[in-house]
Ligand binder design. Sequence first.
Ligand code: BGC
Ligand code: CA
Length: 176
Amino acid sequence: MDEEELQDDLRLFPVSSISSKLHQEKPEWNFSSWDSFLFPCGADSREWEYFSGNCYYFSLARLSWERAREQCRERRADLAAVGSFAEQQFLMSRARNERFWIGLTDRNSEGDWEWVDGTDYKSSFTFWQEGEPNDSGNNEDCAHLWISGKWNDVRCTFECFFVCERPLPQKSPFSH
Ligand code: BGC
Ligand code: CA
């Protein structure tokens, strides 16, 4: 259909008929493909935020580290693993200076920090608050974003917000 025809149609027909005509003419212009541009994390996951190839969910409730991790896993995700300063800055910009669990723990072996996604801790980015991790009271094995987004270890039963991370949906036009 050319522009003039479309103009005529716009005058004569309701939007729904134009829409279905466009679908016949240009089937690749369907709403789900627009949705994946508008909502890269999925039109059914609009509470997830996109950053650099991954999707993030910032919780509205406070939970222990363990319960927080369960909630992430129920959402086909895991607690966020912070791999770079860019990612750290993104998280800080959304954390509003509140405490948020991340996927970092040394509860398997004191002092041996492990990322839940398997990233090697020793060779990777860290962003601890000065003086942390200090295992205060010999009872602090889980890490959260703390004052101005820097990391602190705290007891894993502490209840705070949490951030989940998962890769982009495969069908997204943003995934490569
Ligand atoms: C300490 C932290 C500790 C926290 C526990 C602070 O005063 O500096 O290391 O994790 O208390 O609430
Ligand atoms: Ca601490």
